[in-house]
Design a protein around this ligand. Structure first.
Ligand code: COA
Length: 460
């Protein structure tokens, strides 16, 4: 068993500061844990005998059974004592949710935790974080009624900002995009992004690592680790705190120092990390990288039922260095057998506003088989009266050709319901043509990173 399994697959969990009071963080954490975690849970609270139907204990020491993981949600000044009790109880994995450390200038208090982690062979996630979320280990202090949880999937997300991370979970849930593991690291007194990247590298259910960063403790080690991992698994990173004002805010957020943004961009590039320059791109890029094969060269086709969206997609593709080559003449011949004369057979291929599912199915099949084309951006205006729900299966079945597909499908409730189903099949959907094309270009970028590494290996 790897040490970090204590964090991600504990056999038993204690919540220190579990509260009887609805609305307090320690109440919601216990509640969410109770409905997700299948092993024994030990609420610790000297003022309670039972919380949410679970027997409560005055301290960690009083629990007779072994405890793998302790989640701490008591005021900051009490955390050191709790950890010391935990050490006596032979607990070695701690998550500290509490705020009130370096981020408010309480450096000494944080240093005490650091010393404990270094001398006592324990590992600490946090403080000042929201901890871990996975389907069977939900310690998020935001109630489910207010923040939806995503389905299981292949993205693992490391975040220095709890708020940013938790909102992303809500958005992912709303769009039906799956998560494997979510880890909020806060002030990272001990466990940092490098430790977690190392763990996630070997985690079979993680196919893409997404990181929201404000600072990196050891730049050289970060680049070395990422360089190795990106040869097998994509990493997407977003760096916050790029301006002077932003950097000042980082200090008061997680108490760490943010370096110059150009250095980060250069380091990401060197490490083969895909940089998300806009916050939404963390999500846009990681869902395509987790679910689609790479784009082997820059030749794509756009298939659309809306002319305008097709043009925007074409413009974006060209600006990003992608090409929209003409289809092979044999493909055009096939398209002409079933598309109406008013369709456009050039790339973008416009199958027009009366497109049927059958038209999509035959067009996608023809284009995905075409040797001139390595990936397809499929634009589907689901609102068309000629399209029924079998469009979802038709797009999903395009996966059998082994070429990447991204979808642009924009709209409100009716559309979102269908988009969610596509996402569940691993087809990434975007609300604008620009974002769908950009996601495709990221698959090309990652393909180049893999090739770069292959070339280096061959030279050696
Ligand atoms: N061991 C265990 N539990 C204890 C205790 C002890 N030694 N002493 C007291 N408690 C109990 C309290 O009785 C209380 O339970 P109750 O409501 O049933 O009485 C519970 O622990 C919580 O203690 P309380 O003093 O009420 O604290 P709180 O809930 O108001 O605040 C924190 C505690 C950790 C939530 C707060 O200090 C904090 O840090 N908030 C910010 C968290 C945050 O934003 N994190 C970062 C997110 S990105």
């Amino acid at each position: 068993m790897l040490f970090f399994d204590k964090f991600f697959n504990p056999k038993s969990v204690a919540v220190v500061g579990a509260s009887r009071t609805q609305g307090k963080l320690g109440y919601t954490i216990l509640e969410n844990l109770k409905y997700s975690f299948k092993g024994p849970i030990y609420p610790i609270n000297p003022n309670a005998e039972e919380i949410l139907g679970l027997k409560s204990y005055p301290s960690l020491i009083e629990v007779e059974e072994p405890i793998d993981l302790a989640i701490i949600v008591v005021p900051a000044e009490m955390t050191k004592k709790v950890i010391e009790e935990g050490i006596k109880k032979k607990i070695s994995a701690f998550v500290i949710i509490s705020s009130g450390f370096s981020e408010i200038g309480e450096k000494e208090r944080q240093l005490e935790l650091k010393k404990l982690s270094e001398t006592k062979k324990i590992r600490i996630i946090g403080p000042n974080c929201i901890g871990i979320y996975k389907k069977d280990l939900d310690m998020i202090f935001l109630p489910k009624k207010r923040l939806k949880r995503p389905p299981e999937g292949f993205i693992s997300f490391i975040t220095q900002s709890g708020a940013f991370g938790s909102i992303l979970l809500d958005i992912m849930a709303n769009e039906g995009v799956g998560i494997s593991k979510f880890i909020s690291i806060g002030n990272k007194v001990d466990v940092d992004e490098i430790d977690l990247m190392n763990y996630l590298e070997k985690d079979l259910s993680t196919r893409c690592i997404a990181i929201y960063l404000e600072s990196v403790r050891d730049g050289a080690e970060f680049v070395k680790t990422a360089k190795r991992i990106t040869q097998n698994k994509p990493i997407v990173a977003f760096k916050a705190g790029k301006t002077e004002k932003g950097k000042e805010a980082v200090v008061s957020h997680t108490g760490s120092l943010a370096g110059p943004s150009e250095i980060y961009s250069a380091a990401f590039k060197q490490a083969g990390i895909i940089e998300a320059k806009l916050s939404e791109e963390i999500f846009d890029f990681s869902k395509v990288l987790a679910n689609q094969p790479v784009l082997k060269d820059n030749k794509i086709a756009v298939v659309t039922d809306g002319g305008g969206f097709g043009i925007v997609a074409a413009d974006t593709a060209i600006n990003l260095g992608l090409e929209l080559p003409a289809l092979d003449s044999s493909s055009v011949k096939i398209l002409k057998t079933f598309l109406p004369p008013y369709a456009s057979f050039n790339n973008p291929i416009d199958i027009t506003g009366d497109a049927t599912v059958e038209r999509y199915q035959k067009t996608l099949e023809t284009v995905l088989k075409d040797k001139n084309i390595s990936g397809v951006v499929c634009i589907a205006l689901m609102q068309l009266p000629t399209l029924d729900d079998s469009i979802i299966d038709v797009i999903k079945d395009g996966k059998v050709f082994g070429k990447p597909i991204t979808v642009c499908s924009a709209g409100s409730d009716f559309v979102l319901e269908r988009n969610r189903k596509l996402e569940m099949y691993g087809i990434p959907v975007y609300p604008t043509p620009e974002r769908a094309v950009k996601a495709m270009s990221v698959l090309y970028e990652y393909g180049k990173i893999l090739k770069r590494e292959e070339t280096v290996k061959k030279k050696k």
